[in-house]
Design a protein around this ligand. Structure first.
Ligand SMILES: [Mg+2]
Length: 375
C-alpha cells in the first residue's frame, strides 16, 4: 500500500453566534477553521486528518508535505512521527497529520484504531468542557442542561482578572449540585496575550486557588502554570491539596517525561493532534501508567481530533475521563464536527462512545467539505 494522492483543504464554518474562548481574552471567534488533509492510497482508500487553523496560515503546507509523504507506506507510522518531529524546526506543529496514517491503517484492516492499539474500553465517562466565562446563573442553567444529557461532570474555566470571580461560580455549582464532579482549567500553560489583558498566576496564587478548590471537592486543577514550568508544577504539587493536570500544549515524549520524573502532575493531558500523534500519545500513556498516573487527553480542536483522541482513550486502562467540548450556542457539536456525517455525542448515561467504524471511527461528509472549503 502506497500513498499516491495528497490533498490539503482549508475549511471555514461560520459560527451561528460568536464564541468567546476564555483562553483568548478579547477575541470573539466567528468561524471554525480547519486544515483537512486527505491521503489516498494506490488501493483507493482515503485517510483523513484535521488540524487547527487560526486564520489562513496553512497555505503552503501541501507543497511542504508532498515530497515527504508521496509514495510512503502508511503502515510505517514511526516514519511519519519523525517527519512531524522534523517540522518543529520550522516552528510547525504538524503532529496531527499522523492521524491520517492511522485512518488508512484502520480502514485497510477493517478495525477502529483503538482495537489496533490494544483495545480496552469502548466508551469513556464524559465531562462537559466549557469554553467561556459565564456568570453564576448562566452556568447553572448550562449544568442543568448537560445533566439532562446524562453528564455528571463539568470543567469550568478560570481566566478572570480576579480569580475570586471564577471561584464564586464554582461555589454556586457545588451548592446547587453536590454530586457533580467539577474540574477547573486555568489555561495558563499556553497563555495568549496581545488582544486584551490576560491573567498570569504565580506559584502562590496557584496554591491559594488549589486550596479553595479542594474545599469545594474539585477533582483537578488544570494548567495553573506555564507548560514548561516543570519545577513550578513539582513545587505546587508538593503542597496542593487538589490533583494537578497539564500537558495539552506539551509536545513529544521528553516534555511529558519531565512531568513524570519530577512527580509534578496527577493527570497528563496529551492531545494526539497537538502533542505527537496517536502513536506518541500511546507511548505517553504507557509512561504515565508506569508512574501510576492517569491520562485525560485534551480534545478541544475539531470532530476528527475528538474522534482520534477517543481512539487513544479506548486503548488505555489509565484513562477515566473524556473531554466533551460543549459551549452552546457558539461552540456546539454541529459546529465542532461540521465536516463529519454525524456529530459525536454522549450516550444517555453520560459516556462518550469510542467511534467504532474502521480507522478513526467516523465518516467525512464530502458535501460539507466541498461547501465549506475556502482554499
Ligand atoms: Mg485545558
Amino acid at each position: 500500500m502506497r500513498i499516491v494522492n495528497i490533498k490539503l483543504q482549508l475549511l471555514e464554518y461560520p459560527l451561528e453566534t460568536p464564541f468567546y474562548p476564555s483562553w483568548l481574552p478579547g477575541y470573539p471567534q466567528t468561524a471554525h477553521r480547519v486544515h483537512l488533509l486527505t491521503l489516498e492510497t494506490d488501493e483507493g482508500i482515503k485517510g483523513y486528518a484535521a488540524g487547527v487553523a487560526f486564520l489562513r496560515e496553512g497555505t503552503g503546507f501541501e507543497s511542504l508535505l508532498m515530497p515527504f509523504l508521496f509514495g510512503r507506506d502508511p503502515m510505517n507510522v514511526e516514519e511519519v512521527v519523525q517527519i512531524t518531529r522534523s517540522a518543529t524546526f520550522l516552528g510547525l506543529r504538524l503532529w496531527w497529520i499522523e492521524l491520517a496514517f492511522w485512518d488508512l491503517i484502520g480502514k485497510a484492516v477493517g478495525q477502529p484504531v483503538y482495537r489496533l492499539l490494544g483495545g480496552y474500553q469502548d466508551r469513556v465517562k464524559a465531562y462537559a468542557s466549557t469554553g467561556e466565562l459565564r456568570d453564576k446563573e448562566a452556568r447553572l442553567d448550562y449544568i442543568a442542561q448537560v445533566r439532562e444529557m446524562g453528564i455528571r461532570a463539568v470543567k469550568l474555566r478560570f481566566h478572570s482578572w480576579d480569580w475570586r470571580a471564577d471561584m464564586r461560580v464554582v461555589q454556586a455549582v457545588r451548592e446547587r449540585y453536590p454530586d457533580m464532579e467539577i474540574m477547573v482549567d486555568a489555561n495558563m500553560g499556553w497563555r495568549v496575550a496581545g488582544m486584551a489583558p490576560a491573567p498570569k498566576w504565580d506559584l502562590a496564587t496557584a496554591l491559594r486557588v488549589a486550596e479553595e478548590l479542594a474545599e469545594l471537592g474539585v477533582r483537578w486543577l488544570e494548567e495553573p502554570l506555564d507548560k514548561h514550568d516543570y519545577e513550578g508544577y513539582r513545587r505546587l504539587r508538593e503542597k496542593s491539596p487538589v490533583a494537578l493536570a497539564s500537558g495539552e500544549m506539551n509536545q513529544d515524549l521528553h516534555e511529558f517525561r519531565e512531568y513524570l520524573v519530577r512527580d509534578a502532575l496527577d493527570v497528563l493531558q496529551p492531545d494526539v493532534t497537538l502533542s505527537g500523534g496517536i502513536l506518541t500519545g500511546k507511548k505517553i500513556a504507557a509512561m504515565a501508567e508506569a508512574f501510576g498516573k492517569q491520562i485525560a487527553p485534551h480534545t478541544w480542536t475539531n470532530g476528527l481530533g475528538l474522534a482520534a483522541n477517543l481512539q487513544l482513550m479506548g486503548a488505555c486502562p489509565n484513562c477515566e475521563w473524556a473531554e466533551f467540548p460543549y459551549e452552546p450556542p457558539g461552540w456546539e457539536p454541529n459546529a465542532r464536527d461540521f465536516f463529519l456525517t454525524e456529530p459525536i455525542l454522549p450516550d444517555s448515561e453520560g459516556y462518550l462512545p469510542v467511534p467504532s467504524k474502521p480507522g478513526l471511527g467516523v465518516e467525512i461528509d464530502e458535501a460539507a467539505v466541498q461547501h465549506y472549503t475556502v482554499a
